[in-house]
Design a protein around this ligand. Structure first.
Ligand SMILES: [Zn+2]
Length: 126
């Protein structure tokens, strides 16, 4: 096992296809440390670049509307609500609402552009 710069070993991966660690500023971090760094960055900047993990059998109106995950696949937050809007350039834009660290966040997702979601915090903690 490789020892990473965060002090842990590379995270075993169910697919066995990727490296088992992330690299940031030339230092290596295991996936749980990547998730912690992502969460700290979210709290510090009030913004994040996440992915939408939809339930496999997802249909509109289902109560299980998936979760937001970071790039190694760690769950950051459950999606609490979805709003769909027409967008004159991208066709459809989907807004994903979620709660993180006591704040309400809004993610913007374009179905034609992969699974990624640009997220921003809406309200500061009171
Ligand atoms: Zn680590």
């Amino acid at each position: 096992m490789i020892k990473l710069n965060c002090g842990h070993e590379a995270t075993p991966n169910h697919t066995g296809l990727d490296t088992g660690y992330g690299t940031y500023n030339d230092l290596t971090y295991c996936y749980p440390c990547c998730a912690e760094m992502e969460k700290l960055a979210m709290m510090e900047h009030g913004a994040a670049f996440l992915y939408w993990e939809k339930p496999r059998q997802y249909k509109w109106g289902d109560s299980d509307i998936g979760a937001l995950i970071d790039w190694p696949g760690n769950e950051i937050a459950k999606v609490t609500d979805i709003t769909i809007r027409r967008h004159n350039m991208a066709g459809t834009v989907i807004y994903l609402w979620f709660e993180f660290e006591g704040r309400t966040w809004l993610g913007k997702h374009y179905p034609t552009a992969g699974d990624y979601v640009r997220c921003k915090v809406l309200r500061q903690k009171t």
